[in-house]
Design a protein. Structure first.
Length: 301
């Protein structure tokens, strides 16, 4: 009698789909936080597989800072049409215009931290009680402290020292009025797992992830794409390099890496030998040792 063995990708996929289905079973108004990056793309396709042939039963929520790569927005709009899913956009620019947040200034100005208020306002406006995200445990040290079901209080804040145990895949979604959960179905995946899954499933991706010619400047050891929102220092001179991006954040803070990897196969080989973490290319994560954890405590992704 032949035995059937699951590959590690099959096991990760099965676990993620189980978590996604649990969210729909336990919560009344779930949503999927969509950044346009590879992790949230994988999560969107996992969601389609979880409920196929029915449509995905929750909306995609994108917090638009106004400083996105054009390629990210173009891909987002294509994917929404491809999956036939509802898109809800929260605008950081609207939050600034309403006086909810204050625009940063200077050479290191970023709208990244401003997303938190816009996100919490969007969650409150649509009364979402669960917001799924594509965070992984290998992505950044604060991410590793999260549970699959990560409780947020009525102010959207996270307390890493007061989390619920998750034994035998039993997830506790009980909450009080005004509270909600962040849920991370691919918590046990690595960056390499995501790329191998995207390759196996033949999932289309934004062109940013593949090697291409781009005008960049080097700042503090990070290659940043020139854009209308990046204020250059007098000594910074743009040059054209062949680069790709490992993550799709805002243009002023998302670093590129020099690369000739123009296929997923080459990207997988590159990642397998890299000593630098994916978040190591994000300039905003260098502000302090606890920058990510501090933002997560206040309601960030």
């Amino acid at each position: 009698m032949s035995a059937y063995y699951l590959s590690h990708l099959d096991e990760l996929e099965s676990e993620a789909i189980f978590v996604i289905r649990e969210v729909v079973a336990q919560f009344e108004r779930p949503a999927l936080l969509f950044s346009g990056g590879k992790d949230s793309i994988a999560l969107a396709y996992l969601s389609r597989k979880a409920f196929y042939p029915a449509r995905i039963p929750f909306p995609l929520v994108h917090i638009d800072t106004g400083h996105n790569f054009p390629e990210t927005i173009a891909y987002r709009d294509w994917l929404v049409a491809e999956l036939g899913v509802k898109l809800i956009v929260g605008s950081v620019q609207e939050s600034i215009d309403k006086g909810r947040v204050k625009e940063e200034t200077g050479f290191y100005a970023s709208r990244n931290a401003l997303q938190t208020v816009t996100l919490l306002d969007t969650i409150g406006q649509y009364k979402f009680d669960a917001a799924m995200g594509g965070a992984r445990r290998d992505e950044e040290k604060a991410r590793a402290k999260e549970r699959f079901f990560s409780h947020r209080d009525e102010f959207g804040q996270w307390d890493p020292k007061n989390q619920r145990p998750e034994l035998w895949n039993i997830f506790n979604g009980r909450k009080n009025p005004g509270e909600h959960f962040r849920v991370f179905p691919i918590s046990n995946w690595t960056e390499l797992d995501v790329w191998q899954y995207l390759q196996r499933e033949n999932i289309p991706l934004p062109k940013l992830y593949f090697a291409h010619e781009r005008e960049v400047i080097e700042r503090d050891g990070v290659l940043l794409s020139t854009s209308p929102w990046l204020k250059l220092k007098p000594e910074e001179k743009p040059v054209v390099k062949r680069v790709r991006f490992r993550t799709c954040g805002d243009m002023p803070i998302t670093g590129a890496v020099e690369s000739d990897a123009d296929t997923i196969e080459k990207i997988i080989q590159e990642i397998a030998t890299s000593r630098r973490t994916e978040r190591g290319t994000r300039a905003d994560d260098r502000r302090s040792e606890t920058s990510m954890e501090d933002r997560k405590r206040n309601g960030y992704f």
